[in-house]
Every structure is written in C-alpha cells, then in structure tokens.
Design a protein around this ligand. Sequence first.
Ligand code: NZQ
Ligand code: ZN
Length: 328
Amino acid sequence: MENFTFHNPTKIIFGKNTIPRVGEEIKEYGLKKVLFLYGRGSIKRNGVYDQVVESLKKNGIEWIEVSGVKPNPVLSKVHEAIEKAREANVEGILAVGGGSVIDSAKAIAAGFYYEGDIWDAFTGDYEIEKALPIFTILTISATGSEMNGNAVVTNEKTNQKYAFSSEHVYPKVSIIDPTVQFTLPKEQTVYGAVDAIAHVLEYYFDGSVCLVHDRISESLVKTIMEMTEILIEDPENYEARANLAWSATLALNGLTDAGSKGGDWASHAIEHSLSALYDIAHGAGLAIVFPAWMKYVYKENMGKFERFSKEIFGLEGSGENLVLSGIE
Ligand code: NZQ
Ligand code: ZN
C-alpha cells in the first residue's frame, strides 16, 4: 500500500428534490452574484433550469448566464465566459450540467484572476493560485468532476485536449439529484458508465498492491456494470440511477487513488487525443482504447488481470485464457 494524503473539500448534497437547495447554499457562502453556466439546452427541456432560477430568485442571488458549452468543451467558450464574468463582476460560478460544463467552470473560475491566457494552466506554464468559488448541479454521472479538482478543455486552434488539476477548483458544493438523469439518452448513460469504470481501472492496474483499494475498486466496477444493465432497459429506475451516480462520483474523487501508485492514465491520454481530433464522446473513445490497452499490457501484471477476471466476471481458471476472457 502506498502512502497517501486524502483531502476532499467538496460538500455533496445527494438525492431527490435537492436542486432547490442551491440558492440557499450560495447565499450561505456569502455570494450575491454568480455566473450561471450550462450546455446546449437539456436543462431547459427537463426542468432543471426552472428549478435553479426559482431557487436563485428566492434567495436573492443575482446571476448572468453563459450557455452553449459543448461536449469536449472548447477554450474559446472559456475565454468568452471569463470576459463576461469580469464585466459583470461575479463572485462565483454555478455550473449546471456534466463534466464539460463543470470543467469549463473550473477554467473560468481560475482564469478570472489570471492576467495571461488560462490555457497556460493546461500546458503547465501557470500554477493556479486562486479561483472563484464553484457550485455545481450534476446532470450526468461520468467524470467525477463534481467532486475533484480536474478540468479538461480542448484548444480548438491547436487541436490539443489537455487537463489541469488544482486544489483551488474543487467545487464548494455539488448537488446530485439522480432523477434529472432520467432524460439522458441511452448512449450517454453508457458512455458515463464506461468513463467511471475506466477511472477505477486506471488506478487498479497501475501496479499497486493494496487489498482495501482492490476491493473498493471491484465493488464500484461491479455496481456500475449492474446498474447500467438495468438502466438500458429502465432509464427511470431511481435506485439504479442513484447507485450509478454515487459510484461514478467515488470513482474519481480521490477514494480510488488512495493507496495506489497514482494511476496509469495512458488510456485517458490516448482518448483525449482521439476526442480532440474526432470530437467523439469521451466514454465512447475509452470503450475502444481501454480494452486494447489491457490486451497490450496484461503480461506485465498477470496476477492482477487474473484477479480482475475472477472478481468482476466470476470466471475460473488461470493464465492467458482467463485473462483474455475477462478482457473480452
Ligand atoms: O449540452 P447539454 O444540452 O447539457 O447536453 C449534454 C451533452 O450533450 C447531455 N446531457 C447532460 N445531462 C443531461 C443530458 N441530456 C439529457 N438529460 C440530462 N440530464 O449529455 C451530453 C454529454 O455531456 P458532457 O458534459 O460532455 O458529458 P460528461 O459528463 O461525460 O463530460 C465529458 C467531458 O469531461 C471530460 C471529458 O474528456 C469530456 O471532455 N473529463 C473530465 C474529467 C474530470 N474533470 O475529472 C475526467 C474525465 O476523464 C474526462 O476526461
Ligand atoms: Zn475519463
């Protein structure tokens, strides 16, 4: 088991009818005006937008809106929002959506205080020192961005999709109401599940040896797989949505990192290049890359790959046959 520091400052409010609490949380934090950031309209179609607006009004929070954040979010939108945030002198960001919206919010929050181009944080030329406080309402479970300090954005001029990680951009509060995910298209649910599984496995297969870590990881992967099977048939199954949502958050909030060697992340790096070049969904890209990566590396760590086949799929036997059946 490796040494680790585990510190996650994000407050999670989880469950049915939790979105109306957002205004109160922002007010308690002492903010009077926020930038309300969202995507391309799903929140207007499923009622989330109305719930947010009502709660902000009720709590006397002013806001400006920036919408149109696209999946595989782009730097130009981040720049546009930083400008607007500065003009309106907002005190925080409210991100309502999935990883694309929340990641953009993190770049905006840090970029607000930085005189240069916030892209410098992605290339490693600027270490983030300060950011606006971020509040999120999650509408698709996948990335764990609602409870971590990572952001991934594409610079569409250079076709680079890069990430940064900073303790300053952990959301202060994230609200996860699984019922709002009833409206997700089937393939988005599956992409999200694949992404969450990949996060767990990046750590699982990094060569670390830690039993509690292995067992937490296996439990998350099995839960995500079972819940996804249910949701493909029954997208409004609350228990399945809730279990999937919390598993996906735990998959990349530091829990599966603790005791590991920090993760492999080769599959993620390859996928980020694919989604930068071809604009495919991150989870779809991982579904192609991750099994191929497993086939490429399994001989380096036969014992762990055998364990994976046995624990996750209940397969028996040993050696290459067992490992390859698990991967396939
Ligand atoms: O734009 P809208 O209209 O909101 O539609 C979105 C979008 O088209 C839709 N959607 C979201 N919630 C919905 C809904 N449709 C109906 N009902 C709802 N409740 O779903 C589509 C995908 O949204 P997006 O935010 O792109 O998905 P996801 O959460 O998978 O985020 C993917 C991005 O996050 C990055 C990925 O690379 C990708 O750019 N990642 C971020 C990470 C992090 N911050 O830690 C780690 C990950 O490994 C990943 O790299
Ligand atoms: Zn991912």
